[in-house]
Write a protein that binds this ligand. Structure first.
Ligand code: UD1
Ligand code: CA
Length: 456
């Protein structure tokens, strides 16, 4: 069997009121269409074809990939017309699965049950009962409860409008049959469109026993037409992510106030406070605690480390038993080993901090390599940039850097060295010695403070 997945994405998305094509709007940080593509990939079809329309070049340039074929639908003449555009590309397929670029949360398991119906039928539909079916095509069944056709809202009579079972649009169909039926579909209807849904009545005429499958949740088949619907699906999706984390042993202070725009994996007894945002891939080992208002992007954090309130960690690796923040900023290409303390208003970029070192207050550490058990005093700055190039600072094990030191890179500080507070270090510092660079302290006798001149 050769399975072709077909994704219709030629809609204009006018109700989004956006310059961005609708299917590129992000849900959980990922374009709507990418959700559908990834779910299609998860069931391993032999090919994936996407029908794009107006403004589709932007979609193509953002999402093009080796396993995707693209077809343009120049005129938007209906869902049936859209499928016809793709048929020449689906010549090898025995079965076609039809999906929609703006129905992002369809699940792989629902698609698998839909496809399994094709063992015994040539057409299977995904339908759902909705308390408010308005706007959707209705599933019309005969006296024996067999599906006989689909009637669009705009073509339905009053009795048909009462039907609560609706067409989600998602279907699996035998490819040869699909082609035959579509060649017989006309646009003789309220919208003057070629309706894909008209193939249902044709299949019934041909004696096909149409199967219907229901999704596990309504949200799986909800489309995004406006930003309100997008927000609804975003919340639903986030709640699902939160539930999965809690199942795997994480405590969430408030499951409604965690946003995962990517993937988060957690060990046991992880605690996540309110308003945490995760982007890209993050993993938190056992016992990690994340404080409120923390942003984690592409980060791994080792056992029992605490990230305190309002910290931002991006493209970094943090070891075990560390304390990061509050108000710390860890920037890309930083590796922090075990038992390290990074305190408030400390920024670290492209640096290595070895076991047991402490940078507790108000520092900038960039392009540096810091040894074990180093203590970096408050206000220490690595001057890594001369306006044109970046240079490295290397600090040996057990060094003690006094507060308010400027380390003008490239510079090396030897093991066990001590630097006096307020020093500007421009040359390498020897191991085990005290180094300081300061002007002498003077006191001026008899000096008087200026006083304010009287107003004229
Ligand atoms: C369609 C179904 C309806 C179903 C509903 C579910 C038809 C005739 N009707 O109605 O039974 O209840 O979806 O949401 O199929 N598209 C194209 N090219 C076109 C027209 C549409 O690619 O020429 C794509 C759109 O981008 C969209 C999807 O097909 O993703 C559905 O199109 P839309 O116009 O929203 O169909 P509905 O009228 O909602
Ligand atoms: Ca629609």
């Amino acid at each position: 069997m050769h399975l072709g997945a077909l994704i219709l994405a030629a809609g204009e998305g006018t109700r989004m009121r956006s310059r961005l094509p609708k299917v590129l709007h992000p849900l959980a940080g990922k374009p709507l269409l990418s959700h559908v593509i990834d779910t299609a990939r998860s069931i391993s079809p032999d090919e994936i074809t996407i029908v794009f329309g107006h403004g589709g070049e932007a979609v193509l340039s953002e999402l093009a990939a080796g396993d995707l074929d693209w077809v343009e639908q120049r005129e938007r003449l209906g869902t049936g017309h859209a499928v016809i555009q793709a048929l020449p590309l689906l010549q090898k397929a025995d079965q076609v699965l039809i999906l929609y670029g703006d129905v992002p949360l369809i699940s792989g398991s629902t698609l698998v049950s839909l496809l399994s119906c094709l063992h015994s039928s040539d057409l299977a539909l995904l339908t759902v009962d909705l308390p408010d079916p308005s706007g959707y095509g209705r599933i019309v069944r005969d006296r024996n409860d067999r599906i006989s056709r689909i009637v669009e809202q705009k073509d339905a009579n009053e009795r048909e409008l009462e039907i609560s079972e609706i067409n989600t649009g998602i279907m699996a169909v035998n490819r040869v049959r699909l082609e035959g039926w579509l060649s017989r579909v006309d646009n003789n209807n309220a919208q003057k469109e070629y309706y894909l849904t008209d193939i249902i009545a044709l299949a019934v005429t041909d004696g096909v026993n149409i199967q219907a499958v229901h999704p596990n949740a309504e949200e799986e088949v909800m489309g995004v037409n406006d930003r309100k619907q997008l927000a609804h699906l975003e919340r639903y999706y986030q709640r699902q992510q939160a539930d999965l984390l809690m199942q795997s042993g994480a405590t969430l202070a408030d499951p409604a106030r965690l946003d995962i725009r990517g993937r988060l994996t957690t060990g046991r007894d992880v605690f996540i406070d309110c308003n945490v945002i995760v982007e890209g891939e993050a993993s938190l080992a056992d016992g990690v605690s994340i404080g409120p208002n923390v942003l984690l992007k592409n980060t791994t954090i080792g056992q029992d480390t605490q990230v305190l309130a309002n910290s931002v960690v991006e493209d970094a690796e943090i070891g075990s038993e560390c304390r990061i923040g509050p108000f710390a900023r860890i920037r890309p290409e930083t590796r922090i080993a075990d038992r390290v303390h990074i305190g408030n208003y400390v920024e670290i970029k492209k640096s290595l901090v070895a076991n047991g070192s402490k940078i507790n207050h108000l520092s900038y550490i960039g392009d540096s390599s810091i040894g074990e058990d180093v203590n970096i005093g408050a206000g220490t700055i690595t001057c890594n940039y001369d306006g044109a190039n970046k240079y490295r600072t290397i600090i040996g094990d057990r060094a003690f850097i006094g507060s308010d030191t400027q380390l003008v890179a490239p510079v090396k500080v030897g093991e066990g060295a001590t630097i006096g507070a307020g020093s500007t270090i421009i040359k390498d510092v020897p191991a085990e010695q005290l180094t300081l660079s300061r002007s002498k302290q003077v006191s001026i006798k008899g000096w008087e403070r200026p006083v304010k001149k009287p107003k004229q």
